[in-house]
Design a protein around this ligand. Sequence first.
Ligand code: GUN
Length: 295
Amino acid sequence: MTKRIDGKAAALDVRRKVAEGVALFRDRIGRAPGLAVVLVGDDPASTVYVGSKGKATLEAGMESFTHRLPTETTQDELLQLVERLNDDPKVDGILVQLPLPDQIDEDAVLDAIDPAKDVDGFHILNAGKLAVGQQALVPCTPYGCLHLLKNELGDLSGKHALVIGRSNIVGKPMAQLLLAENATVTIAHSRTRDLPALARDADIVVAAVGRAEMVKGDWIKPGATVIDVGINRLPPEEGKTKGKLVGDVAYDEAADKAGAITPVPGGVGPMTIAMLLRNTLIAAHQREGLEAPAL
Ligand code: GUN
């Protein structure tokens, strides 16, 4: 029987541990860790994500600072806000929600964030540290995927992991994290030849391409662990206003073959916010010169 990996339950467990860590931090330091989230524009999906992040931050007992800026915000205006947040002692973590409007250079903004407050792990210094195996703030979604994989499989050493997608947000850091766990890692992308054959050889498949149900059931090696990072909305069926949410994996087919698989929704999604809270707690400890809790 295939196991459906419950990301919601795993995320609640992490969030409970973070909340305990927050209470201890408050007792020692006399303030709560603070997370600032910046949203530029009114993209509906980003607006929902930012709302959920603010709510989860408060539920963990942290301070939440949400900055909503208009779509026409200039790069200079955004950089000025980032500078203010860098200098604000109450702010331990800064997240600028992506994507940003076209007039703003994303890299310039991400690299303006103080690396010690970079709870997204997107700053070039944190990405570089992860790549060379130094302690770093690690991107939340791949770290959440790794957490689910280790819960499921324990030791990943020697396993063949296929990461489909090479984005800076998921694919590349995911590959680095798996490599650090001594997995043998293949990164596939749009120019990869014979992806189904690569997948059939993989003990672990992490799909992060943003293409609805692209990974088919007959690509999956029997017993493999499948982590689906995709969130895609299908066109609405007749008579419905909203289409169904699906991942990058054809779930029913793949579940017939896999040993364990994450559903969409309720798999990887909830882990991203849990790891954002974890990163904020760790950043707060490091900024105060305290040893960060192991989470
Ligand atoms: N947009 C989609 N995923 C993410 C994320 O993990 N962090 C930020 N900042 N923006 C995103």
